[in-house]
Structure formats: C-alpha cells, structure tokens
Write a protein that binds this ligand. Structure first.
Ligand code: SER
Length: 584
C-alpha cells in the first residue's frame, strides 16, 4: 500500500466514524512563538483541547506536516526523519478510551489488514499522579489483543506531553512486531533493538501539567492520536527503512545514478534533508542564523556537504527538486505552486555555503602552513573545531585535506570539543522543543543537586575516569550521561544509589562561591573547564562530599531532595552510559 492510500484510508475511516477532516496546518506555527516548528498534530489544536469550541465540532481528523529536529545528527541512519507526516484523530471532550481503542484496532486490523499477532500494546502503569490504566487494557482485550501482549510502563514510556507544561495524559501505544528475533529474554515494546516498532499513539488527555510540576484535571476528556505515515508505509511494504518507500525512492535512485561513491548514509542524508528543506521553504521558512532559519540552514548545509561527498555536481539540486515535486505533488500540491521559490532559496543558500567552504579551505591552508613552520605534522583539534564551527567544515573534509598534505589531525581533542558543542546545541533545541518552558522550579532544582551527588558517587564507585557527557532534567527525572566503558552492574548501581541517599540523609549544606577558573581548579572542583577561560565561575560545594563548577541553582541543603532512586542504566553511545533516576 502506498503512503497516499494509507492517508486516504485513514481520513475516510475516521470520516465514516463521525470525524470532520481538517486541513494540515503550516509547519511554521501560527501564533505560537514558543516552538520552532509544528511537531505534532495536536499542536495547532491546543486551544480546543483546553476547552475552546472548534468550528468543525468535537471529532476531528487530519494529516499534519511535522518537523522534529532534536535528532538532526542522527539522520542518515535507517529510521530518523526530520520531516514526517502524522495522521491523527481527535475527540475534543467526546469519545474516550473505549471508542478510541476500538477504532484504532479496527483500522489496523480491518483497513490496513495487519495480522493481530503482529500487534502489541502498552498502557500506563500508574503512579501518584494518575491510576494504572486498567480501562485501556480491558478495552484492548475486548477488542482482541491477548493479555500477554498488553504491557504496562511508567511515565517515561506511556505519558505524553508536548514539552513541560500543557495538556497531557497517559497514553496507549501500538507496536508492530517486525518478526526479528528478540534481543534477549527481557525484550519487549519498550526495547529499542528494532523488533518492536511503535506505530500509533493514543493520548488520553484529561490532565494539565503546570509549570510547578503539579497536575490538574482538564475541563474535558480528550483523545489525541498520532500515527507516523512514513513508518507505517515502510512496515506495510515490508521495507527496512523509509528511504525504500515510494516517497523517497525516485530521489534515492537518481542519487545512485549520479554518484560513483558508494555511501548510502550520505544519499539518505541528501534525500531526507532536501525533502525537509523543501517542505519548510514551501511553508515560508527561510535560512538565517537564528532559530528556525538556522535549522533550515543546517539542513541545507548538511545536504550540500553530503552532495559534495558523493561527488555530485551541486547544479543537480534543481533537478532533484523537480523529482521530489513530481513524487510528492499529489500529497502536497503546495509544492507545485512554490516550486520556483523553493529552488531559488535552496540554490542561493547552497551558493553561500560554497563560498564559506572556499573560505574554510583558505583557513585550512593557513593552519597547515603554520603547523609546518612550527615543525609539526599534526593539525590541532582546536583548529579542526574552528573550521567546523565557523566554516561548517566537517571533520572528514579536514582529515582528507590534511592527508593530501601528508599531515595528521588531532582528532581526540576535536572529538571532545565537538561532543561538548553537540550537547550544547542538543540541549538548546530540546529546550526550544519544549516550547521555551524549560523552567526552574523546586523539582528541577532538586534534580540538579541530585545530579551533582550522582556524578560524585559514580566517580567513587566506578573510578575517576567517570566524566559528565551530558545532562538533561525535567520535573519527572534526571538523565545523566557519563564516560564509562562497560555496563554498570546492579551491585554498582545499588552502591551509587546508597551513597547518594546517605549524603541526602546527612543533610549537607549546599554552598555557592564565585572564583576564577584557576582557583576553581586548584580547589579540586570537577566540571567542564573548557570555554570558560578568564571568566569567573560558580563553584557549588555540597558539604565535604562534592565540589563542582556549575551555574546553579541548587537546593540549600540535601535533605530537601527526598529519596533517590535509579530507574534505568543503558548505553548512550560508544563508551558513554546513561542513567535515569528519580527523586521520590
Ligand atoms: N501527540 C501525540 C504524539 O505526538 C499523539 O499524537 O505522539
């Protein structure tokens, strides 16, 4: 089944079930400066989920163009897309769990003809904010999903909210079993080994989350569902990646014809970023150095870089746009109308980037000459990083050019700088994704302090090689990434947990002092020292236990934290582990 047929089936199924079909909103949110792009079908509907009267009634369905850019650097693998289409249906205070689940079941098994054996579902396990969702589980059983394929998980998996504040609720998610072997005895739909692929998410929005982390009931019980079209199409066609479905294949095939370089990742990146850029430009986005314009710029630059990597003439961009317009015009007729503008914007931006690359090449030559003068045959990591940051020079290009000069590149230092930079921009875009609502409140402040205790405890238990690689805090949990070569054992985790709780019980004072970086280093403070030269830094000391450079804020004494519990330990990337923990 083709994507457009799935979309049409979906809309007409829900139309038959009393829903009004509404048009997709623009990718560029209207009247919502807090988010860069429309990231979900519910976003334009927020006022109605909160009780406003929608002119089309209480049952709505649509397809929504979405862009999510948190994972931009992951595009090129076999599943991440920055632009995708989300099919959705909504009940604005009308039907609730039973009818929603029955309709989803019928659509999957009767309209798309997915064998019921291939479907597993997950429901909310319950906590202090909302009860275990036995109702949804019962509805699934009644519809035809056997008990053993109904799973329960906590907020991490089965609670949906756009950002940190707003309408939200427990969700029930549907998973497609690809038939791949289980990765282990504990493999289930929460596992990301690839056996189970999430296909649909029904959110039962009856709560509102406030900035202080508390929940209240909404005036009405809503249903908000989202089904990713490209992913569903891929699964129904038995394909391994979305790039093999008809929305991408004409461009993927053309790229293959145009290149002699065998690099599937680069071809995917070009195909994906070109489609996203076209859709964003079509809805009025333009490249710039800030916010959504910068995301668009990054997409176009990354695409251009990979075209070069494939040794494809950049003048082909116009033809590739033509192929996409032809491929997608039935789904997005607006592409036809805006075709010339799309080409103009892409080509102008490409030209600018080519200039930048040329400037970068000049800078590179200077760096080589300098190194040679100093009798070195290595280009230092800081230079490689500057070339990347200022001139958009990817590390591979610098390495390649260096090789031609018989030189090496100091990659370790570059990697370090690059990872820090990535973490910063990832945090930046995550915060933006959260709608600028990344607030400081009692809970996030407590998690912040707990992160310091965890960092130190990990060093004590695992060794001094442990260094922070990333941190992300919400009002629900902390997430901490750190360098460590292997899995942390349950015994080690228990030790870490005990040490943190011990420090909490000791009710240690948390004290902040300002000092120069040199003084901070001398005092034995841990933390990120880079990019802070010459600045005064804040050092937070927690009793005799921890000393860390940090911007704060923190609690005043550790007994304010409550009980610390590690929920999950997993790999984050090579040599980096990730811990998720909560304060209870
Ligand atoms: N809003 C939910 C999601 O994005 C369901 O549509 O997954």
């Amino acid at each position: 089944m083709k994507a457009i047929e799935i979309r049409n089936k979906y809309l007409s199924f829900f139309e038959r079930h009393g829903h009004k079909i509404i048009p997709s909103s623009s990718l560029i949110p209207e009247n919502d400066p807090s988010v860069l792009f429309t990231t979900a079908g519910m976003q334009p509907l927020i006022p109605y989920l909160l009780g406003g009267k929608h002119p089309e009634g209480k049952r709505l369905t649509d397809y929504q163009k979405c862009v999510r850019t948190v994972d931009i650097e992951d595009v090129g693998d076999n599943r991440h897309l920055t632009f995708f289409e989300m099919l959705g249906n909504w009940s604005l205070g009308d039907y609730f769990k039973e009818e929603s689940i029955q309709m989803s079941y019928d659509f999957l098994t009767k309209e798309l003809n997915i064998p019921v054996e291939k479907i597993s579902v997950t429901c909310f396990a319950g906590d202090e904010d909302a009860p275990r969702d036995e109702v949804s589980a019962k509805c699934w059983e009644k519809a035809g999903i056997p008990k053993e394929r109904i799973y329960f998980f906590g907020k991490e998996n089965n609670w949906w909210i756009a950002g940190n504040e707003g309408p939200c609720g427990p969700d029930t998610e549907m998973f497609y079993d690809t038939g791949k072997p289980a990765c282990g005895p504990n493999c289930d739909p929460s596992c990301d080994c690839g056996k189970y692929v999430e296909i649909w998410n029904n959110v039962f929005m009856e709560f509102f989350k406030h900035p202080d982390g508390t929940y209240t009931k909404l005036e009405q019980k809503n249903v908000d569902t989202g089904l990713g079209l490209e992913r569903m199409t891929m699964l129904l066609q038995g394909k391994e990646t979305p790039y093999e479905i008809e929305l991408f294949s004409p461009v993927m095939d053309r790229l293959k014809e145009l290149t002699r370089v065998d690099n599937i990742n680069s071809r995917r990146i070009v195909a994906e970023h070109l489609r996203s850029s076209m859709m964003i430009i079509c809805d009025g986005g333009r490249p710039s150095n800030i916010e959504r314009g910068y995301i668009l710029r990054r997409l176009i630059r990354r695409m251009t870089r990979h075209l070069r990597k494939l040794e494809i003439n950049l003048d082909e961009i116009g033809n590739l746009v033509d192929i996409y317009v032809e491929t997608l015009k039935d789904m997005y007729p607006e592409l036809l109308v805006n075709k010339n503008t799309i080409k103009d914007v892409l080509i102008e931006e490409k030209n600018k980037f080519v200039k930048t690359l040329e400037n970068g090449e000049r800078e590179f030559k200077k760096a080589v000459e300098k190194a040679k003068r100093e009798g070195k045959n290595k280009i230092d990591g800081q230079t490689v990083f500057n070339l990347y940051e200022t001139y958009g020079f990817p590390q591979e290009i610098t390495v390649e050019l260096a090789k031609e000069q018989g030189m090496e590149v100091e990659l370790e230092q570059f990697d370090k700088l690059f990872k820090e930079h990535q973490e910063k921009s990832r945090l930046g875009s995550e915060q933006k994704f959260k709608g600028g609502l990344a607030e400081q409140n009692e809970k996030t402040i407590a998690y912040h302090t707990a992160t310091h205790l965890l960092h130190k405890a990990l060093k004590l238990v695992l060794g001094d090689h442990v260094a922070q690689k990333g941190s992300n805090i919400t009002t629900e949990r902390l997430r901490f990434d750190f360098s460590h070569p292997q899995k942390v054992t349950p015994e080690e985790l228990k030790k870490v947990e005990d040490i943190v709780n011990e420090q909490i019980q000791r009710d240690l004072p948390v004290v902040c002092e300002e000092m120069s970086l040199e003084e901070a280093k001398k005092s034995g403070a841990i933390g990120l020292f880079e990019n802070k030269y010459g600045e005064k830094v804040k050092v937070y000391t927690i009793g005799d236990f921890s000393k860390e450079i940090c911007g704060g804020p923190h609690v005043e004494h550790t007994a304010q934290l409550g009980k610390f519990k590690i929920k999950k330990e997993e790999a984050s990337s090579s040599g980096v582990r990730r811990i998720k923990a909560v304060l209870e």
